[in-house]
Unconditional design. Structure first.
Length: 172
């Protein structure tokens, strides 16, 4: 198996069902990005897990995966950052289906695919710099987080104008 900071020896587990081992691993994983967010280049993805030997050819990994991300705010187009912490609980199996389990090859497990999958599923598709982000002005393009440009958004939708007239008639 290839040398990686995510490769963990489980020699003491595969021959002793019921045994447990705590592991920590951290390293860089290439190409972790979705539409507008990515893991910060050069930063480590961390895995803290407990490996439980279920049988001679199956190990249960339970723990957390952490990573820092960066992206472009969907409202103001400014920088958005954050930290992902994902709970994982997956099986490494020597004989199982790779669609549902991760491979257990010999006396090692590679936690990198588990970490990659967890991060990719948790990266925000449409990041925000903050929940209170006011976004850009639709009239002049000014960032409303920096200053008030004085424009007010038009909240009326011409497609609903006939219904708005009915509503105003009933309130009079």
């Amino acid at each position: 198996m290839r040398s990686s900071p995510f490769c963990v020896s489980v020699t003491d587990l595969v021959r002793a069902p019921g045994n447990r081992k705590r592991v920590q691993a951290a390293g860089r994983i290439a190409d972790l990005s979705v539409t507008s967010a990515r893991v910060v280049p050069g930063s480590d993805v961390g895995v803290e897990a407990v490996l439980d030997a279920m049988s001679e050819d199956a190990i249960l990994a339970t723990g957390t995966v952490t990573a820092t991300w960066e992206g472009e705010c969907r409202r103001c187009l400014g920088p958005a950052t954050g930290t992902i912490t994902v709970e994982v609980r997956d099986i490494f199996d020597a004989t199982g289906d790779t669609e549902e389990t991760y491979p257990l090859r010999g006396d090692q497990v590679d936690l990198e695919p588990l970490a990659r999958d967890a991060v990719m599923l948790e990266l925000p598709q449409a990041p925000l710099c903050s929940e209170e982000c006011a976004g850009l002005c639709e009239m002049c393009g000014a960032n409303r987080n920096d200053s008030d440009c004085g424009h007010r958004p038009d909240t009326t939708d011409p497609r609903w104008a006939a219904l708005d007239e009915l509503r105003s008639e009933t309130t009079e």
